[in-house]
Design a protein around this ligand. Structure first.
Ligand code: SF4
Length: 267
């Protein structure tokens, strides 16, 4: 595991960053985070879920054979991207040998290959690939986050872990409120996790919500569009359930809707 402040590229934390060791501490340290940057730092050192802490750190020691010679991040993965983004992309959780290895969301795994290539085609990412922290990748008008910030065994966080992690997302939604126009939700888990976070962040949410589906849309009364997309998991992309044109359609819709809400891209 990488110690905060040890020189890892793009590490948002340092030795003074407060560490959440319980659900109550996540609530407190998210609520009083003074900025998005400090929130990211606090997320990146969180230790509130014992099972996930044990798993992410064990994976970082045992490693996959292909990455045997690489250091693994082994910590939670904070949101990442443009701090003035109009578009938030929300996924499920980091991958054990993707974000948990590279320290950046959707970076270094097959799902990320698909996602960043699509963001690049849409003009939202500088590079078509995202391989490691410090690789020169940059997002414009987009921030990416996960509903659960630590890699879970079998990609399956428990309901308790999902709920413990929620305050980080709530505060992130709070910081993004001024500019947020579209939330692209990758997969049904993130779709279900988003709604209580929006309510807790004070967004106006309709009582009746649409079921998750590809290109499902819910317009929040305050003007934010929630847009569903199949997750670019290997299972979906290998089977053709999600294709590149389908993902391109999602980001074309997101860019158009963001432009309708805030004509100034801020880029
Ligand atoms: Fe902290 Fe979230 Fe990781 Fe749990 S899943 S340890 S709350 S960052």
């Amino acid at each position: 595991m990488i110690t905060s402040g040890s020189g890892w590229a793009e590490d948002p934390a340092d030795a003074t960053t407060p560490v959440a060791n319980s659900a109550a501490a996540v609530e407190r340290l998210s609520a009083n985070a003074p900025s998005l940057e400090r929130l990211d730092a606090r997320v990146s050192v969180c230790r509130a879920c014992p099972r996930l802490v044990e798993w992410r750190e064990r994976v970082a020691i045992e490693k996959r054979a292909a990455f045997r010679d690489e250091p693994y991040w082994g910590r939670p993965i904070p949101g990442w991207g443009d701090p003035r983004a109009r578009i938030l992309v929300l996924g499920l959780a980091p991958a054990a040998h993707g974000g948990n290895r590279t320290g950046r969301i959707f970076t270094g795994d097959r799902s990320g290959d698909w996602l960043f290539a699509a963001l690049h085609r849409a003009g939202l990412a500088r590079l078509a690939t995202s391989t490691r922290s410090g690789d020169g990748q940059r997002l414009t008008d987009v921030r990416i986050a996960a509903a659960v910030r630590c890699a879970p065994p079998a990609n399956a966080p428990t309901p308790e872990e999902r709920d413990t992690c929620r305050p980080w997302l709530v505060r992130e939604l709070d910081f993004m409120r001024q500019r947020l126009a579209v939330i692209v939700v990758l997969g049904g888990f993130a779709w279900a996790a988003l709604w209580p976070a929006l309510v807790e962040a004070g967004y106006d949410v309709p009582a009746r919500r649409r079921k998750f589906g590809h290109l499902s849309e819910v317009e929040l009364p305050g003007g934010v569009l929630v847009l569903g997309s199949y997750h670019p998991s290997q299972q979906n992309t290998f089977t053709g359930k999600l294709t590149e044109p389908m993902l391109d359609e999602v980001f074309a819709r997101a860019v158009a809707a963001a432009g309708e809400t805030f004509p100034d891209s801020g880029a």
